[in-house]
Design a protein around this ligand. Structure first.
Ligand code: FNR
Length: 343
């Protein structure tokens, strides 16, 4: 087995087993109860938009299955079948392996094969060139492209990159050269308002803030090395603070919230902080691999139903109205926002 394939399998194994002693901070967000919401659950609309892409609900299955090989192909097939059934978008994992080795393309193309008309997002790292980006999009007839920023993961990864120069320049070139929307995403360390400002200046309009508090790629990569870099284990901007960072400067950005999102309350709170969409990775992967496709389909439909219950209670008839629902912020997230000058 190639070392890249082996690494991707280890990521899946460790993502399932690594414990969680950090938090996404969403427990610091409280909704203010409304006794006269004036709503009817039948009229709650949870549809939303990522740029020009219309989504039936604010739930997206985030990138997980890079690498290649039969196992990741079968996971991509299952995730894509679930995405089709639930009518939600799916992002495939990093396609760099298939750009380097065409025999690995079917790992990703299976996602399009089982869901010809769904929204499927391509995925590459920020080392990608314009040519790589075009190939990744064409490979799966993608409706959009995610470019992931994963500096901490690379640093902890024994065989990872050590040079992060010119990433923004490459992203800027890709945005101006491909015809589908580009989403720049983190992988669990969060984005600051400064990062969002620099991305916006380069022409980015869609970000997935990928905050700290869910899958921990420091712990996962530390499991794969002998000398552990423990100082990166608790590194990052928690998801709640990162959504607020991204939303704080009123930049022309659509925010996708991710990083430890587990249920409808997490989704609702993320939207109230300024997100338009939420993305699930680790929680959905665990459900799929432990309980199967049917359990994941049921979980997604339960989250959508619970979100409608929450919106009914709050008097929010649409995702836009939910973005304006009154909240109170306490704890570490409150202190974070005060010290960062975010109100
Ligand atoms: C990931 N993630 C990821 N992201 C990406 O952009 N490209 C990739 O190839 C992968 N691969 C990958 C594999 C596995 C096994 C997991 C669990 C995750 C990161 C993922 O999309 C997401 O940003 C983080 O996992 C944080 O979200 P959760 O897991 O806390 O919901």
């Amino acid at each position: 087995m190639s070392s890249r394939k082996q690494r991707k399998l280890e990521h899946i194994q460790h993502a399932l087993s690594v414990g969680q002693d950090r938090t996404h901070g969403l427990e610091d967000i409280k909704f203010v109860h409304q006794s006269l919401p004036n709503t009817n659950i039948d009229q709650i609309d949870i549809s939303t938009k990522v740029g020009e892409l219309l989504l039936s609900s604010p739930i997206l299955i985030n990138a997980m299955t890079g690498g290649g090989g039969e196992y990741t192909r079968s996971i991509n097939k299952s995730l894509s079948l679930v995405a089709k059934y639930s009518n939600i978008p799916l992002a495939v994992g990093s396609q760099m392996s298939a750009i380097k080795d065409p025999s690995e393309r079917s790992t990703f193309q299976i996602a399009r094969k089982v869901n010809p008309n769904g929204i499927i997002l391509a995925n590459l790292g920020s080392e990608a060139t314009v040519e790589d980006a075009k190939r990744a999009v064409d490979m799966i007839e993608a409706n959009g492209l995610q470019i992931h920023l994963n500096v901490i993961q690379e640093l902890v990864m024994p065989e990872g990159d050590r040079n992060f120069e010119d990433a923004l320049l490459r992203i800027e070139k890709i945005i101006h050269s491909i015809s589908v929307p580009v989403i720049v995403k983190e992988v669990g360390f969060g984005m600051s308002k400064e990062t969002c400002q620099r991305l916006t200046d380069a022409g980015v309009s869609l970000v997935d803030i990928g905050g700290m508090g869910g899958t921990n790629f420091s712990s996962i990569e530390n499991k794969r090395r002998t000398r552990v870099l423990d100082y990166f284990e608790t590194w990052g901007i928690p998801t709640a603070a990162s959504i607020a960072e991204a939303a704080s400067s009123k930049l022309p950005l659509t925010i996708i919230a991710s990083g430890g999102i587990q249920n409808a309350l997490d989704v609702a709170k993320s939207i109230a902080l300024g997100a338009s969409v939420t993305a699930f990775a680790g929680h959905f992967l665990k459900l799929l691999l432990n309980l199967g496709e049917q359990a994941l389909k049921e979980e997604i439909s339960n989250i959508e139903r619970d979100l409608k219950f929450i919106m009914t209670a709050l008097g929010a008839k649409s995702i836009k109205e939910l973005q304006n629902a009154p909240i109170v912020i306490s704890g570490d997230t409150y202190h974070w926002l005060v010290q960062r000058g975010i109100d």
